[in-house]
Design a protein around this ligand. Structure first.
Ligand code: IMP
Length: 205
């Protein structure tokens, strides 16, 4: 558990959406600094072969170069009928440009004629605190729709239908997504650890 109360920690991301999401959750309890706030403008390359490796390498990059305790996340969409693909390669599934429309197009054609549409989003958060590494996982199960639906969200949201819902992540209210998503679940475990020292809910669902 954290040895002393944490007042401030770095989230190794340039993504303003992710920063405001977590700042809203920990408001008044922990100050969250983004990469820009610590003067880091680098695009940290994700060269790992797993989500865990990528999350850790981003957190280590910041710790080693900037000296801050830090956490970083990495997410993959894992489709059962495709043996867990695109997984760690989700952002560049259809090519290096990372175009979400092309990624969805490729995934829908890979699943053409396949009835098993089961999939999950899996997020890993790696935390480096007091020289120790901790991993937190968030998983949301669901299915891949047969066509795109909805205009909100990002990435694969228009084709992912979370379990228990009929609408895609791009159709549901953002407050619903922020409550049930892979990232929200992993963040909840991280925050519980940072605030209460509890790690009962780390890796695993
Ligand atoms: P990242 O590690 O959070 O950057 O996520 C890697 C890729 O997974 C993104 O480029 C998206 O394609 C996809 N992804 C991650 N989170 C979500 C989400 O909440 N909705 C839809 N796609 C997502």
């Amino acid at each position: 558990m954290p040895e002393q109360k944490i007042n401030k920690i770095v989230f190794a991301t340039h993504n303003a959406h992710k920063l405001s999401e977590i700042r809203e959750i920990v408001k008044g309890q922990i100050e969250i600094l983004g990469l820009t706030d610590i003067g880091c403008h680098d695009e940290i390359e994700e060269t790992g072969n797993t989500l865990e490796e990528n999350a850790l390498l981003k957190a280590k990059y910041v710790k080693e170069r900037y000296g801050y305790d830090c956490f970083a996340d990495d997410t993959g969409l894992e489709v059962d009928a495709l043996g867990g693909e695109p997984g760690v390669y989700s952002s560049r599934y259809a090519g290096p440009s990372g175009d979400p429309e092309e990624n969805m197009k490729k995934l829908l054609s890979a699943l053409q004629g396949i009835d098993n549409r089961s999939a999950q989003f899996r997020a890993i958060i790696a935390l480096i605190l007091n020289e120790e590494e901790h991993l937190f996982e968030g998983v949301i199960r669901g299915t891949i729709a047969r066509e795109r639906r909805g205009g909100s969200g990002f990435g694969y949201d228009p084709i992912f239908v979370p379990e228990g819902y009929d609408q895609t992540f791009a159709e549901v209210d953002l407050s619903v997504k922020n409550r049930v998503s892979h990232r929200a679940l992993a963040m909840a475990k991280l925050i519980d650890f940072l605030l209460n020292g509890k790690k009962i809910l780390s890796l695993g669902r």
